[in-house]
Design a binder for this molecule. Structure first.
Ligand code: ATP
Ligand code: MG
Length: 214
């Protein structure tokens, strides 16, 4: 049987993916949350999991270091999707990418008046496209985390970040003013691997697809 490698990130994606893997008959032999191993064997001799940073999943799959992966739409949008086949929305890790500003900042009138806005975000490409489409002039500041802090200390007027409950925004006196896109995680497949390893990959795709519909 052909060997396949699946790239996953720890945390919420792994938690939400474990039941889907199980439905596909794949169970990791170590818990990635407690193990320090980056390559995990599974109950299936031909299937292994690699544990990478969420934003690195598309890169591993693009270059064929992993055949399959699971990545958020936020990450895929920012990566661009080159070399990737995206057959399935897994409907997990759902949230929204939003523009948020400090309470009391009148975003709509700033936009109407053609103000130039400073935007802090991890999603520079996606934010650039969003504001260009709206015809809003922005200066983008790339951050790697804790985006909520930026407007509080004068680094930016607004942020682009993922929001689920809104509790983090609230705790920092920020308010979401615009939705950029709905986010969920997708299964991604290396385009060449799909052709060359179809015997091993197709059953996994089918099992995921059946598990998602349930
Ligand atoms: P790291 O923590 O290593 O910097 P990360 O912050 O991108 O990476 P996670 O926070 O685990 O890693 O997020 C992984 C993915 O989960 C994101 O790319 C996104 O698709 C999804 N996600 C992020 N935040 C939320 C949220 N609040 N609710 C639901 N899904 C989310
Ligand atoms: Mg995180």
């Amino acid at each position: 049987m052909t060997d396949i490698t699946i790239a996953l990130s720890k945390g919420r994606i792994f938690e939400d993916t474990a039941p889907l893997l199980k439905a596909a008959g794949i169970v990791a032999l170590d818990d990635p949350e407690s193990s320090r191993k980056l390559i995990l064997s599974t109950n299936r001799a031909n299937v292994r999991l690699i544990i990478v940073r969420a934003s690195d999943v598309p890169t591993y799959v693009q270059y064929g270091a992993a055949d399959l992966g699971i990545a958020g739409k936020d990450v895929l949008q920012e990566h661009g999707g080159a070399g990737l086949y995206q057959p399935l929305d897994l409907n997990i890790a759902r949230c929204r990418m939003m523009v948020a500003v400090p309470n009391g900042f009148d975003y709509d009138s700033a936009v109407r008046q053609g103000a130039r806005l400073r935007i802090a975000t991890k999603y520079v490409q996606t934010a650039r496209e969003h504001f260009a489409t709206k015809g809003v002039h922005v200066d983008l500041i790339k951050l790697y985390g804790s985006m909520e802090l930026a407007p509080l200390v004068g680094l930016a007027d607004a942020i682009v970040d993922l929001v689920s409950s809104g509790n983090t925004l609230k705790a920092n006196n920020l308010v979401a003013v615009e939705e950029i896109m709905q986010i969920s995680s997708r299964l991604i497949v290396n385009q060449a691997a799909l052709k060359l390893k179809q015997d091993a990959i197709q059953p996994v795709l089918d099992a995921f697809s059946a598990a998602v519909k349930k």
